[in-house]
Structure formats: C-alpha cells, structure tokens
Design a protein around this ligand. Structure first.
Ligand SMILES: [Zn+2]
Ligand SMILES: [Zn+2]
Length: 208
C-alpha cells in the first residue's frame, strides 16, 4: 500500500499552494492508497480528517512537522498542540509520553550548498548528527530534495539500522506522490499506521 507520508496543504501550512480537493483528486489519479497531512506545527483533528476521507473517498492520515534545533521532525501518533519551537530533546520527551513515532525529515537538505559536500562529509560523519539519536526513522526520500541529498539520508539510515520513509513534501499539486512509503500491509486506521511504522514494515519509493 502506497502512502505519501509528507504533504502540506493550504491554508493550514501558509507556505503551501495545495488545496484539499486538488490533493484528493491527484492522489486518486496516482492511485495512492492514502495521503498523510503533515502541516507545520499543527495537526488536523480526527473529525476533520474523517470528513475529508469520507468526502474524498480516500484514506487520510495525520502527522505533524515540528521544527526543532536539530531540523524538522515528522511526528505521528502525537496530537499535542505545541506552537513554540522545541529542542529535539524536549520534543522527544513529549512524543515519548504518547508513544508517538518520530522521523527525521529531509535531514540533508542543502548539505551541498552549505559547502559540507565540498569537505566531503563521509557517511560516518553524517551518522554522528545528534538528530539521529532521537528518531525512529529517517526520511530517505523527499520530493523536494536532490538525489544526492536523499542518497546521503539513505546511506545514513542503512548504517544506523533505521528504517527509511518516503514522502513528497508537496506544497503544490504537481509535487504530490513524487516519493511515497510502500507498506507491506494494508492500513485502515492511524493505529495500524503506527503499528506498521514501529514494525518497520515499509520501504521508500521514488515515483515522480
Ligand atoms: Zn520540513
Ligand atoms: Zn514538510
């Protein structure tokens, strides 16, 4: 079952131009098994998601993308409304209380333009980034990143033995589904999504 695990919609994510109805339409055209709404620092209510699922006749899951001092973190199974920026330690402590799941989003975004690439950061060095001590998985396929950036995340995930997810990080309709997470099992509920995430029964796939 293919789910785009990282999507921003308008107006909940102010940086997004992606409307709900065009998202649903596009997801169906791509025959995605489900979509996951991961706005910045805000999580949809389960009622809102259920309404959208019913209206659009598609499975809708919810996450939340938190900005921390160690980069952006996709969080699942955690509904607390936190607006202020937390450190990775603070976020981790909060999410653990609710037994949620944390994914390092686009961990190497821009690593070449920052010049680190010229210094030839090795995979071993990349693995030492603090963020990886606190996450359950790493986004190894992000639709907004270059192949080099995703490749580094993939190598780091392999080396650390962490599972790798895929998501488009779509902010526009033509970006939806560029990367997806392919789950081994069919997923009907958010509880099942969490179970499958925790069990690591998935891979990332580039589609766009
Ligand atoms: Zn982000
Ligand atoms: Zn994002």
């Amino acid at each position: 079952m293919r789910i785009d695990l990282h999507i921003h919609t308008s107006p909940r994510s102010s940086c997004s131009y992606l409307g709900l109805s065009e998202l649903v339409q596009e997801a169906k055209r791509l025959k995605l098994g489900g979509i996951c709404l991961t706005e910045h620092q805000v999580v949809w209510t389960s009622e809102e998601a259920a309404n959208l699922a019913e209206k659009g006749d598609i499975k809708v899951f919810r996450g939340n993308e938190f900005t921390t001092n160690q980069g952006d973190i996709l969080v699942f199974g955690f509904e607390k409304d936190i607006k202020e920026l937390l450190t990775i330690q603070e976020l981790h402590a909060e999410v653990r209380k609710d037994n949620g799941f944390m994914i390092a989003a686009h961990p190497f975004r821009g690593f070449k333009t920052f010049g680190i690439g010229q210094l030839q950061m090795t995979v071993e060095q990349a693995c030492r980034r603090k963020v990886f001590e606190f996450v359950d998985a790493i986004e190894i396929g992000n639709g907004k990143l270059t192949d080099d950036e995703n490749d580094m995340a993939c190598k780091v995930a392999e080396k650390l033995g962490l599972p790798g997810t895929g998501g488009s990080d779509a902010h526009r309709v033509d970006e939806v589904g560029r990367w997806v997470t392919v789950f081994e099992n069919d997923i009907r509920t958010e509880q099942e999504l969490l179970e499958e995430l925790r069990a690591g029964r998935f891979t990332a796939a580039k589609e766009g």
